[in-house]
Design a protein around this ligand. Structure first.
Ligand SMILES: Nc1ncnc2c1ncn2[C@@H]1O[C@H](COP(=O)(O)OP(=O)(O)OP(=O)(O)O)[C@@H](O)[C@H]1O
Length: 280
């Protein structure tokens, strides 16, 4: 557990040189459409090292997706800054691949064409096809290359989305509840595949989840956010060896520590929601 920094302050990884992603005092407000302002994130700082697998957990509405969207370049901070390799994010970039909960595949394209889509500029046609097939094989969908997404189950679509993102070889993978809509068995299978890919390719991964167990199973750092406005409540290094076992006492201890921090924030979220019907 990193207790050396107060919550909300930058976690400085003992990396040589600067972090791959530096989030510095980022705040984000939205207009609520009724003349008011929603403060989604308040002065949040976090450094993420190259090759880190960071899971972000926090109560509903605490600003996790907002933070991820800013990392993806789909939105920008109201104040503060986010640097990737020392440069401010100017917009979406192929170097930062996103995987969403709802797959976001192109329904009119075949599975293969979905995966080759992002490779067209950088690869010849046959290279793109070979690269896409390699990733489809890795996620167990080689035989479905010619199908359209509508012929696939939810878990298969998500495997296509993962193949599509990894095929473009981004340095950073941003995943927003990617397995949230899947059944437990498919989820377990995809967690194992993702870990295998991460360990072989050492991408930097930022992964949002509502599941503490999933966070501890996958990540080497679990970041807990406070109730809205989101800040960093806890930044816990997970040093359990892989393959991790959810029944292992050390796994359970880690989970319990994270739940303790999270429970306080859940209590705040739900008491605010029940007192006046809104999260304040
Ligand atoms: N585009 C927007 N316009 C107005 N308010 C927004 C917008 N995007 C997010 N918000 C508000 O910002 C807050 C944080 O939302 P966000 O989606 O980031 O939370 P979250 O932690 O990802 O939630 P969940 O876990 O439920 O998905 C919420 O109160 C939400 O209503």
């Amino acid at each position: 557990m990193d207790m050396s920094q107060p919550p909300g302050e930058a976690h400085r990884p003992d990396a040589d040189g600067r972090a791959a992603i530096e989030i510095s005092r980022v705040s984000k407000q939205f207009h609520d459409g009724e003349g008011g302002v929603v403060e989604a994130i308040r002065s949040t700082s976090l450094d993420i090292a190259e090759g880190d697998f960071v899971a972000i957990v926090g109560p509903s509405g605490c600003g996790k997706s907002t933070l991820l969207n800013m990392l993806g370049g789909f939105d920008s901070p109201s104040s503060g800054q986010i640097l990737v390799d020392g440069k401010a994010i100017a917009g979406p970039d192929i170097q930062r691949g996103m995987v969403f909960q709802d797959y976001a595949l192109f329904p009119w394209l075949s599975v293969l064409d979905n995966v080759t889509f992002g490779l067209k500029k950088s690869h010849s046609r046959s290279e793109a096809r070979d690269e896409a097939m390699k990733w489809l094989e890795l996620v167990g969908l080689k035989d479905f290359a010619r199908k359209q997404p509508k012929h696939l189950s939810g878990g298969m679509k998500q495997r296509v989305a993962i193949a599509r993102t990894f095929a473009t070889d981004p340095r950073v993978i941003l995943m927003d509840e990617p397995f949230g809509a899947l059944d437990a068995l498919t989820r377990r299978f995809l967690q194992q595949q993702l870990l295998k890919i991460w360990r072989e390719h050492r991408k930097t991964v930022v992964f949002i989840t509502h599941s503490v167990q999933e966070a501890v199973y996958l990540a080497n750092r679990v970041v807990i956010m406070t109730a809205r406005p989101g800040r960093i409540k806890l930044d816990e290094k997970i040093e359990l060896a892989h393959p991790r076992k959810v029944t292992d006492p050390a796994f359970r201890d880690t989970e319990a520590r994270i739940f303790e921090a999270l429970d306080e924030e859940l209590a705040k979220t739900f008491s605010l929601e029940t007192s006046d019907g809104h999260a304040d």
